[in-house]
Design a protein around this ligand. Structure first.
Ligand code: AMP
Length: 433
């Protein structure tokens, strides 16, 4: 026997029984997003590698360890210097959307672009529960001069919470912090580096490297001795300017206005370079070690850093697989057919095939057995399909131009003229709506 080919590790097939739930999650999310004024944007699944390095930061874990680069030999145009760096599958949505915002001059068209996306992301991770190499995110980015408001930070967080509420998720927590302005962040990173120097030997090997490369990550390291070392520094919020503190107060007031509960977490820093001011994470204890349902924050510098205008932005991304893990079990049965058509003889099958087309064009979900089979077997298929009505076409029906319509719930049956199927169809649809 030929060897079977298996799926790559860290990816998964979404089979029809599950895709019903995926569709529900996506539909619910779209509904909520659109009520908040967000419109969908679709960008390519791969981009030039430099986009991610320049936006997320050369030293971020994602860029250092998790980028999935495409083999350059096939794609790259050697004569085009822009393609020299190669391409990578997108590990997140923000960089691509900011690239598109700039490239399509969206700032010239609107004061605030409220954009959302739903799609696959790719990271070279070691797979485990809740951590995949291909996963899916629902995300938003609110970009433009009109984004510069603490109200929008609060609204973006509220939106993430409302999406999870609509999907009936419980027991999740919104954790919140501020990194301060771009200037606050810069001077704080210098101070932090200096403060940590005498304690280098107490830090884990990863954090020893982080002090130079990505010092904020030391603050959210889960290692016990790293945590104890950070505690000893007694950081507080001295590194924040008065304006940054005031901004954060306004964000929290706006959340309170909307009745969104949150927990302040001064250790929350997020791993990517582009964040400033508000950062947040939504966690659920039901998820185990990979407990983040989603995360986001403000990134006022990113658009300019990628060559665009000086405009502010804020956004988030929720992980769909993790939402599904945390969602209460629901009735995932697919919607049943409306009609199953049974043909008893070969010529009846042709009539059935034609009738099927009429029913479908009329808007009903209809099916039949394409291969000749015994009545018993066809009845079994009809039963399994869950269709409340079964059409039976036997010898008599073909001769009389009729069809037997069996009501599976009532157990009754009537004869209908084949020509009257259109009217019958209207009646059924009226009953459905
Ligand atoms: P991040 O950009 O890493 O903050 O990711 C935002 C959200 O996407 C996370 O909170 C997760 O819900 C989800 N996510 C990130 N990485 C993965 C992954 N490797 N597998 C599954 N979900 C992920």
């Amino acid at each position: 026997m030929a060897e079977k080919i298996s799926i790559p590790r860290g990816t998964s097939d979404i089979l029809p029984a599950e895709s019903v739930v995926w569709q529900r999650v996506e539909e619910q999310a779209r509904g909520t997003l659109e009520r908040y004024g967000y419109r969908e944007i679709r960008t390519p699944l791969f981009e030039r590698t430099g986009l991610f390095a320049r936006s997320m930061g050369e030293t971020s874990d994602v860029v250092q360890k998790q980028m999935l680069n495409l083999s350059r030999t096939h794609l790259e145009d050697p004569s085009d210097p822009k393609e020299k760096e190669g391409f990578s599958l997108r590990p997140e949505g923000t960089a691509s959307i900011v690239r598109s915002y700039i490239e399509n001059n969206l700032d010239k068209q609107e004061n605030l672009s409220k954009l959302y996306y739903i799609g696959a992301m790719f990271r070279g991770e070691r797979p485990q529960k809740g951590r995949l190499r291909q996963f899916h995110q629902i995300g938003v980015e609110a970009i433009g001069p009109g984004s510069a408001s603490p109200l929008l930070d609060a609204e973006v967080m509220a939106l993430a919470v409302r999406i999870l509420n609509a999907l009936k998720l419980k027991d999740f927590e919104l954790r919140l912090n501020t990194l301060g302005s771009v200037q606050d962040k810069e001077s704080f990173s210098k101070t932090l580096r200096k403060m940590l120097q005498p304690h280098l030997k107490d830090l884990c090997p990863d954090c020893q490297q982080r002090v130079e490369r990505n010092v904020f990550r030391v603050l959210d390291c889960k290692n016990k001795t790293c945590r104890a070392t950070v505690d000893k520094l007694g950081l507080g919020d001295k590194h924040l300017s008065a304006e940054s503190r005031e901004y954060f107060t306004k964000v929290k007031e706006a959340l309170e206005l909307l009745g969104i509960s949150y927990v302040e977490d001064p250790r929350l820093v997020r791993g990517l370079d582009y964040y400033n001011h508000t950062v947040f994470e939504i966690t659920s204890p039901s998820l185990g070690s990979q407990d983040a349902l989603g995360a986001g924050g403000r990134y006022n510098n990113l658009v300019r850093q990628l060559g665009g205008p000086d405009v502010d932005a804020v956004g988030f991304a929720l992980g769909i697989e993790r939402i599904l893990l945390a969602m209460p079990a629901a009735d995932n049965a697919p919607r049943p057919l409306d009609v199953f058509v049974i043909a008893l003889k070969e010529d009846a099958q042709r009539t059935a095939f034609e009738m099927l087309d009429v029913l479908r064009r009329g808007g009903l979900r209809a099916d039949m057995s394409y291969r000749p089979a015994s009545v018993k077997s066809q009845m079994r298929q009809a039963d399994k399909s869950g269709a409340p009505h079964v059409f039976i076409l036997g010898e008599d029906e073909i001769q009389n131009g009729t069809v037997t319509v069996k009501d599976m719930r009532e157990g009754t049956q009537i004869q209908e003229k084949q020509d009257h199927i259109g009217q019958w169809l209207v009646k059924v649809k009226e009953r459905q709506s």
